[in-house]
Design a protein around this ligand. Structure first.
Ligand SMILES: [Zn+2]
Length: 111
């Protein structure tokens, strides 16, 4: 293999996390490999939801008010979506959010 392609190849095969830890918790940890992990608060993931209920399909504008989401929100269920993302259900009964792994890797983890 062309060595210059290695970083790109590595990023592609690393697109799926080894582990996602967050069920019942107020944060979700994505373990990408032994050296790379990201932790997001459940609240951060909830307000970043890109489903049709949270973002206008017509204007692309976020219609969800972050202030309407309780800080103490937790994850009630998680399911893999194909090999590209995870569906996360939250304690506010919101179940339609799908989080693409590629997009998560570009998000800045906090709290
Ligand atoms: Zn949503």
């Amino acid at each position: 293999m062309d060595e210059t392609l290695l970083p790109i190849y590595k990023r592609l095969i690393m697109a799926m996390p080894l582990e996602i830890i967050g069920l019942g918790k107020d944060s979700v940890e994505f373990v990408w490999d032994e050296s790379e992990k990201q932790t997001f608060s459940a609240w951060q993931l909830r307000v970043a939801c890109n489903c049709a209920h949270c973002v206008s399909e017509i204007t692309g504008e976020r219609t969800l008010d972050p202030n309407s989401i309780a800080k103490a929100i937790t994850v009630t269920n998680m399911e893999l979506v194909g090999n590209y993302g995870v569906s996360i259900h939250f304690s506010d009964s919101h179940t339609t959010g799908i989080y693409r792994f590629a997009a998560l890797k570009d998000m800045t983890p906090y709290g």
